[in-house]
Design a protein around this ligand. Sequence first.
Ligand code: DX5
Ligand code: ZN
Length: 234
Amino acid sequence: MRDANPIQSLAMNNDIRISPSILAADFAHLSREIDLITPEIDSLHVDVMDGHFVPNISLGTPVIASLRAATDLYLDCHLMITDPLRYIESIAVAGANGVTAHIEAIPDPVPVAEEADRLGIDFGLALSPNTPIEAIVPYLDRCSIVVVMSVQPGFGGQRFMDQVLTKIEALRESVDSRALSTDIQVDGGIDLQTIGRASSAGANVFVAGSSVFNADDPVNAIVEMKSIVGMGNR
Ligand code: DX5
Ligand code: ZN
């Protein structure tokens, strides 16, 4: 598998995964929070926001580099930024294993996909709630993952938007009918109440921020979500 960073590879074959979003973690004690849940997960979701594509600023390359030094987990970097082409190399060098960029920011995603290939990291496209799947379908074969946002990008802790379930269903149909191995990630408002609906619609990668890091017992929160989506005990 192409992977510039010396960590475990994730087979991109529609494995079911929970990818906790560190946006909801305590940034002053990130490694402590990550170490606690590491036995239950394979990847971490890292939300990069530039205060321009979205009305919020989160974290950037220095934090990704610190995470890389602190964990062997796959770093799934969600770029909520206006110009991913400008920053993708520094994000890859910092230690990202994969990036997802918003189709609303890059109407022509091919140059970013090609740059990801050159850098040896995985590439995917994200869709905000109001964007139809037709915007990304032409590029599915270039994506190892697609992200269906189930909240407006920019903030954690929002309520899951049920209206995106039909987009997940349509994407699953599109991926399967073309025999692609593109993962379908759902991001926003995923918790014990919503994860089952997202899974039934066809998502196989579940981003969960608040429902993990704000839980009294984050490990148990992950274990319970895993059992709902049929991961059982691994
Ligand atoms: C929102 C981010 C999400 C967010 C999810 O812009 O892309 O990844 O952190 O957080 P919860 O799970 O709290 O909705
Ligand atoms: Zn995200």
